[in-house]
Write a protein of this length. Sequence first.
Length: 251
Amino acid sequence: MAKVAAVRGVSFEIRAGEVVTIVGPNGAGKTTLLAGLMGLLPLQGDVQRFGRVTVPPPTVEQLVRAGMGLIPERRELFATLSVEDNLRLGGFDRWRQGARDGAADLAGIYALFPHLRERRRQQAGTLSGGERQMLAMGRALMARPKLLLLDEPSLGLAPLIVREIFRIIDGLRASGVSILLVEQNARAALQLADYAYVMESGSFVLDGPAAELARNERVIEAYLGLAPVERPQTHGALLSKGDDGLGGNCS
């Protein structure tokens, strides 16, 4: 079977301490792009991570060690293990490299997600959807990432939980963590992000500061669900991208 390029001609950058979001319909290639950036799928083109282009492409383990973390759409928890064991596994590579501050990291995760402390001995597979998302985030944070890739963190969650998850993402940005957020809830994503891309059929079709895209007529009609009489007026071209952090030109 011939291989198909699901993502083509994509070029973008993420600055340190910035939230960048990618919005678009199902099947646009958003999850595929995240998988490629995390080394789970092959990429063609140049990818610069933390200021360096690595040839040959690094492995997933090397990327995690360098400071990248992926929180997948399906959470991918170890369902039969306890909440605390899942968290400890998130910091396993740091422990293997000689770090012995896992207890402090664990305490920090419990401070960020108090529900997880209450359920620390509970099997991960018995948690609610919101708790599973918190656990997936906590497990990724145990590796002390510089850049987090989040795939649909609001998927299937109640509005109150979604607000809490986005509040935590905002707090991570304030602490200096860079975030690449793939999200179908375009309204919430554009309110949170600094910069945004609209992806359709494997390519970016629009990009600009998130606040500006939230006023763009095409984005309003296609993704924000506002009737014509509700649309705010917008004028002018989209602005250019920033630099630093993670950047690349992928095809």
